[in-house]
Design a protein around this ligand. Sequence first.
Ligand code: HEC
Length: 122
Amino acid sequence: MHSSWRCGALSLILIALAGCAEPSSPSGEAAVPDDATMETPGVPQANLAQWARSCALCHVRGEGGAPPAGDAAAWAPRLAKGEDTLLRHTIEGFNNMPPLGYCMDCSRDDFRRLIRFMAGES
Ligand code: HEC
């Protein structure tokens, strides 16, 4: 029995700082790998910006049946159609998927990278 009430009362703050029960554990910051920066490997920053203001509108929450970004199970049957088909559907539109996916300044190569990025293969 050793200041457990304090631990309980302050646990939220203490967890945020370093952890009450394990004073010798490393700080929370150390758990983040060195390469966890804003830039995703293989995806240029410009493409991420395009993605954030177009594809992300629907492909984050699966709006209208869109396969959510990073959801490998949702993307597997899409990828099975082949990249050329996916690229064509992105440019021409496909059911609820609008032509160009709202990205007016995306090139074909940009679309390829965005599709790979969302399908989790970059
Ligand atoms: C307005 C919402 C919306 C936006 C914006 C959007 N999508 Fe989609 N997308 C969808 C929906 C809905 C589907 C599912 C269509 C279906 O399968 O019927 C889809 C499907 C797709 C598919 C799979 C097509 C296939 O043949 O299975 C690809 C690839 C895709 N989107 C790429 C993109 C890219 C790249 C962007 C951004 C440049 C984008 N989408 C922006 C709604 C959107």
